[in-house]
Design a protein around this ligand. Sequence first.
Ligand code: ADP
Ligand code: MG
Length: 365
Amino acid sequence: MAGLLLKNISKTYPGQVTAVRNLSLEIQDKEFLVLVGPSGCGKTTTLRMIAGLEDISAGELYIGDRLVNDVPPKDRDIAMVFQNYALYPHLSVYDNMAFGLKLRKMPKGEIRQNVLEAARILDLEDLLGRKPKELSGGQRQRVALGRAMVRKPQVFLMDEPLSNLDAQLRTQMRIEIARLHKKLATTFIYVTHDQTEAMTMGTRIVVMKEGLVQQVDTPQHIYNHPANRFAAGFIGNPRMNFLEVSFKEQKNGLCAGLGGVLLSVPPVRGAALRAKGCRQGGKAILGIRAEHLALRPLEGRFPACPPELPLVRGRLEFTELRGAENYHYVTVQGREVVVRAQPEYRGEAGQEVEIVFNLAQAHFF
Ligand code: ADP
Ligand code: MG
């Protein structure tokens, strides 16, 4: 069991590519930490530095209380699961799982005990005699996990372990890995570019962009309180709507002007925006999620709009049916806005619609 401490860690590859910049992070013992971000943001590099497969250019890495910058990978008590499984094709499932233990000269009986225990937890007991090519993708992934498990490491590192699986299996393995984490009660550090995996698996998420940490927090907190526009847009599916607005001071308080429509900003939010220097005529990006918008179809004539209920007109382009909830894509002043609606809502493509904005849940960037 161990927590980790990353202190101002940077990595510059030969040729001056700085893949990770000044990364500081405290990882708790038994935590499920997810590093998430677009391709090239430095996730794999971070994981490989923790594993000892890549030198650290600057900074300090502690596993437990031990400074491990110069400790070779095999002495770090860490196991890594790779995206491509890296199984030996000519060895059986049993021998694949036992391989690392044999190298370490563990007594045969103990190897057998560890492999059988991992096989039981991962539901591989009936497959121990098979070769990798006789397994499905999901089974191969479980063997790769098993090979990491038999060593009983202090920390598991996983680099996009589900990206070679089809969508349904990915969902299933997501749950299995989260369950495995509970069962093993060990620190997991998991890398993915997929925000759904990050949201559903992580006890905490680190959002990265271009080698820099953007935000570290629980999935729910990042979803509700994104630190910046990047985190707001990266976490959440569908993506948060972003619309350019300009502020107007009105008698009843600060408003965000969207085209010709004035959306009133809740007083508390208005005060916070003024404190940040937002004034009459100032511009900002309004960020609002699909579930904080609602749709009203235009039936014949326009109903009179009470001034406190801001309505923005647009054209319904198409609807994404998801079953329990549907997402409607509406063009507003040339911009696409996605709105969540209940399944009862019937709208047809091409129809003119009104969007109800509730700025209580809005963000300004
Ligand atoms: P991610 O896993 O988030 O996709 P990586 O950590 O693999 O990102 O890469 C981060 C950056 O470092 C990228 O710009 C990548 O091209 C660069 N990079 C990765 N590995 C090497 C390497 N061995 N040599 C030089 N540059 C590298
Ligand atoms: Mg990677």
